[in-house]
Design a protein around this ligand. Sequence first.
Ligand SMILES: NC(=O)c1ccc[n+]([C@@H]2O[C@H](COP(=O)([O-])OP(=O)(O)OC[C@H]3O[C@@H](n4cnc5c(N)ncnc54)[C@H](O)[C@@H]3O)[C@@H](O)[C@H]2O)c1
Ligand SMILES: [Zn+2]
Length: 392
Amino acid sequence: MKTIVEKVAVSFSYPVVFTRSVFDPDNRTLLDTLTKKYATSQKSRVLVVVDAGLVKATKGLLQQIETYFSIYDKRLSLVHPPLTVTGGEAVKTDFDELWKVIDLIQETHLDRHGFVVVVGGGAVQDMTGFAASIAHRGLRIVRIPTTVLSQDDAGIGVKNGMDYAGCKNFLGTFAPPFAVINDSEFLKTLKDEAWISGVAEAFKVAIIKDKAFFNGLCKHAAAIRKRDLAVMEQVVYRTAELHLKHIMTSGDPFETGSARPLDFGHWAAHRMESMSGYRLTHGFAVSVGICLDSTYAFLKGLISDAERQAILKGMSECGLPVWSPLLTRKDKNGNLEILAGLDQFREHLGGDLCVTLPAPIGARLELHSMDHAVIEEAIALLKPKSRKGKSE
Ligand SMILES: NC(=O)c1ccc[n+]([C@@H]2O[C@H](COP(=O)([O-])OP(=O)(O)OC[C@H]3O[C@@H](n4cnc5c(N)ncnc54)[C@H](O)[C@@H]3O)[C@@H](O)[C@H]2O)c1
Ligand SMILES: [Zn+2]
């Protein structure tokens, strides 16, 4: 028997730029991003994909994008008018939307030196990122995320994906973006739910990595809830920074191992999202998932009751849910449906269960099994106390 073994080291790096009014012609961030690297005498060819919910909320956006590209038409070439795709989780289950992007890449002959610029929430980022990563085995993608959650988490990392066979993110790839541009102006038009959803991911990283940030989130809960943009810009910046630092320095950017600290609270969250038929948003599901796992951590003696109460209070003062009736829903055999989420999560990780819990706030511990009886106890403890028998 003969074996050939060669080793290759691949490094990657991309900027996450924070700016305002990215499509204002005076703002050259996008122009510089699309022309700086790999500069040639040729124009950069660009396909822009835009979230329909964003288009609806932002008057004149498509025209603004076309104007930006026409002003810089000596260096940029828009290969097609901006393509609008469905906004929200529906785009991750609708494969017609995925094919729309892939077909347009093919019809416009966009090659590996061309760019896909995706402007929208986390769901549109995930779908378009997946399309761009499989066409020609990967085009350059520039992400312009437009929700809090996509600016502080979904849009800045290396993952993308679609939901399939009732399973969140069953299909997808790891594909680092070429660049990310976070424009806080977009956050102004978000509905309250989309504004606050992304704060769940801020609590997630704060609780397991940065106690001072956690205290800051609790302190500024009222301002966050009242839509203070300056405060939210700081929340987004710090959350993005913690996420990026973890991805780039944990030694496992493409998640080959089982440890997944950034998925704290997510085993239950993903399960609740699919149990709800994706009506429960990712951020709200994560919020409840964090509260459940923090309560489990308390019952296991990893955090104090005061810490558990601080987590629940901080999150609910921001306007995040700390409970969902889905936690007590049972299947026809009388089993709690949520518990199936543990097996699905284990399979998603690649075989070994690894659940991250706070121990204490600001630090973390990885567990390789979860005690079903303690989960049930945690659910009972989390459940709002009934008033005249009315509890859900
Ligand atoms: N790839 C990753 O690493 C990663 C990480 C976390 C979450 N995610 C995924 O992100 C998705 C959730 O993303 P999300 O929270 O951004 O929600 P979303 O993408 O579902 O968007 C929420 C709603 O806001 C609309 N919208 C977008 N921008 C807007 C704006 N500026 N003004 C008004 N409306 C706007 C959308 O059309 C949609 O209706 C989930 O699918 C989740 O799985 C991915
Ligand atoms: Zn998440």
